[in-house]
Design a protein around this ligand. Sequence first.
Ligand code: UD1
Length: 319
Amino acid sequence: MTGGAGYIGAHVVKSLLENDFKVVVVDDLSTGLERKIPEQAIFEKQNISDTKKLAEIMKKHNVTGVVHLAAKKAVGESMTNPSLYYQENIGGIISLLEAMNQANVKKIVYSSSAAVYGDPVEEKVHENSQTHPQSPYGETKLVGEWLLKADEKARDIEWIALRYFNVVGAALPELGDTGVNNLVPMIFRALDNKQRPQVFGDKYSTTDGSCIRDYIHVSDLAHAHVLAAQKLITEKYCGIINVGTGQGFSVKQVMNTVSKVIGKDVNFEISQPRPGDPAQTVADVKKAASDLKWQATNDLESMVTSAWQAWQKMPPANN
Ligand code: UD1
């Protein structure tokens, strides 16, 4: 498991352990936190760019499959520093696939992203929808999928790429998102700073004019990784699977849900649209239901409630 000390990674580790997997966490702690790694997991502090070390770790612990989350994930930063993203994310997965080859490990679950779709033309995007990533971040996630397909042919690997939609919430307050890059934490930060949360544009062609996204609880997303790993153990499979709820919510609806959860009107204001934001990105989740027997169980209110509890317990340090 790479990236197991990060926000989503720590949730995946927790779910894997709860489902009786033996977990070795490889994380360089560049953004992850060691306190998030449970005692039952073995921890190897290691950057994934060192192929030799990775192969040694896999052999030492008799690793039979990899869940790969270690990557850089801030879309804005990827626009200003694209080579960092190409280096870390594509260099990272190349190194990992090479190490897997050296250690004869053939199965991998990969963290991909709805960012590969870009500005979708369909109301709901399915796994065969066209991919037009709008950022270097999204491009690196797509290239990662291509590398998996290539290694399926070249080295017989089996893989599942999970395309995450908009991840929110926490399974436990101490596992909250410590970055403030996304809508829900940005609302919380504005409130902490006694500022009005911003709706980036309300002239989109959506029901209330603000952007629509498919928000998914991090615990549901984590469980999808367990099912994906189990599938690769029990059958031969290679493919891409969307992980969302299949239901879209507008930014204004999210604001109103936050108001309800915190028991106070957040008093949002409308500001300029953010360049590059698609009006609507919602997942078609039929494949997750048919191939993984997975569906989301948490609604938006439970995502926001758990995120709020985590924020109150541990707001990010540089708030
Ligand atoms: C983007 C990526 C996604 C990535 C995520 C991580 C795309 C298409 N998607 O999602 O893959 O995982 O970033 O950073 O590139 N908004 C406001 N006010 C705010 C903050 C956000 O109105 O203060 C709006 C945005 O305009 C957007 C929605 O809220 O419509 C969600 O934004 P955000 O949480 O940043 O995620 P995405 O941009 O959808």
